[in-house]
Write a protein that binds this ligand. Structure first.
Ligand code: XLS
Ligand code: NI
Ligand code: NI
Length: 437
């Protein structure tokens, strides 16, 4: 039985193809800088938007046409959805997928029953992975939808909720390991607050630190080899999310002695909600060796929320790939399309158009980034720009030989600093544009 009978496997047809159901740039085995596109990009489909999204928004219910859905959240439906998901991913040709525990299976009457249901679906996922070769990029726990998490999970004022969340993450880690997941993600969900009038800020932060430490302890105990990733987001659903941005997360991790145990999963739309560019967040994390994985999407400049749109902007994808190539790849991470089709793109075929466009945009971004690196013009410019640090007083400062007294002596003798040189931003932007033909 086929759920997408009108679509066959999506193939690479080259830049001149007009076939909307073909790749124009993503050519999985094509080599770029000595590595296949497939291995550079490590694309993943996300279960929540793609197989659980209904198109609902605050102004109306879902209107997505999903002929395979029977309108229930039953175990049977969850099992059938595995077939839908794997047919879609196989036809698309993605190597990975990602899920929250609650995306793949419904909850039972209590935690024990919920875990039993989860195991049933995990067994089927395992089979499907084996049959298709599609792998799990990361698993995570949904600690925000169920009303018990109304005040947060590990940062709830209700200690029982912390315990429930711990049990849930323990199980989610186990199933991620069972499915060979290469990472495990912690996105804050409702870890944050709306008003200080009811919030003990320090206590909540300490509880979050404790929770992550317990997760690390359990990871070591069961020998889970994947990477732990924190996904920053500044707002939504709470006004003050504790994992605001990369700078905030790194400071938090260091405060609680956890910086060696985690990397970051950086999402474009979260970066822009924090009033950063995606490139800034990636560069910042990468500079500290903390860039682990990417949730590939984009926001809408005119809307102030997490619209999770598919990324199609080549400027964005080439900037992203430039930083990824510069750090030598994402390691166990990948490019997860944490993105959803618009409410008015309600036909199943739109899921294909959306992913094909995102994959092609990243493949093209990869090629552009490789061309930029080959020419090395920006590297050379930056190297020259900082050349005063490679000699004389600059190298004395960097090597720790200078102090305030020696610096004062140096400058009293010299009288004034060397003249500054233009930063040439416009020129550099023009050079960047040369790569887009
Ligand atoms: C929500 C987040 C979420 C995480 C996984 O804004 O992006 O989808 O990626 O919990
Ligand atoms: Ni995300
Ligand atoms: Ni998001």
């Amino acid at each position: 039985m086929s759920f997408f009978p009108d679509v066959s496997a999506i193939k690479y047809e080259g830049p001149d193809s007009k076939n909307p159901l073909a790749f124009r740039h993503y050519n999985p085995e094509e080599m770029v800088e000595g590595k296949s596109m497939k291995d550079h990009l490590r694309f993943a489909v996300c279960y929540w938007h793609t197989f659980r999204g209904t198109g609902s928004d605050p102004f109306g219910p879902g209107c997505a046409l999903r002929p395979w859905e029977d309108g229930t959240d039953s175990v049977e439906m969850a099992l059938k959805r595995v077939d839908v998901a794997f047919e879609f991913m196989e036809k698309l040709g993605v190597p990975y997928y990602c899920f929250h525990d609650r995306d793949i299976a419904p909850e039972g009457a209590n935690l024990r029953e919920t875990n039993q249901i989860l195991d049933k679906v995990v067994a089927k996922l395992k089979e499907a992975q084996k049959r298709t070769g599609i792998k799990l990029l990361w698993g995570t726990a949904n600690l925000f939808s169920n009303p018990r998490f109304v005040h947060g999970a590990s940062t709830s004022c209700n200690a029982d909720v912390f315990a429930y969340a711990a049990a849930q993450v323990k199980k989610a880690l186990e199933i991620t390991q069972e499915l060979g997941g290469e990472n495990y993600v912690f996105w804050g969900g409702r870890e944050g607050y709306m008003t200080l009038l009811n919030t003990h800020l320090k206590r909540e932060l300490d509880h979050l630190g404790r929770f992550l430490q317990l997760a690390v302890d359990y990871k070591k105990k069961i020998g889970f080899k994947g990477t732990f990733l924190i996904e920053p987001k500044p707002h939504e659903p709470t006004s003050h999310q504790y994992d605001f941005d990369c700078g905030n997360c790194i400071a938090f991790l260091r405060t609680y002695g956890l910086e060696k145990e985690f990397k970051l999963n950086i999402e474009t739309n979260h970066a822009t909600l924090a009033k950063h560019t995606m490139a800034h967040e990636l560069a910042y994390a990468s500079a500290y060796g903390m860039l682990g994985s990417i949730d590939a999407n984009r926001g809408d400049l005119l809307l102030g929320w997490d619209t999770d749109q598919f990324p199609t902007d080549l400027y964005l994808t080439s900037q992203i790939m430039l930083i990824v190539l510069n750090q030598g790849g994402l390691g166990t991470g990948g490019l997860n399309f944490d993105a959803k089709v618009r409410r008015d793109s309600f036909e199943p075929i739109d899921l294909f158009h959306a992913h094909i466009g995102g994959m092609d945009a990243f493949a093209q971004g990869l090629k552009i980034a490789a061309a930029i690196r080959k020419d090395g013009l920006f590297d050379e410019f930056i190297k020259n720009r900082y050349s005063s640090w490679d000699r004389g007083i600059g190298s004395e400062i960097e090597s720790g030989k200078a102090d305030f007294e020696s610096l004062e002596k140096y400058m009293l003798e010299k009288g004034d600093a060397e003249k500054n040189v233009s930063g040439r931003q416009e020129y550099l932007e023009n050079v960047f544009n040369r790569y887009f033909r």
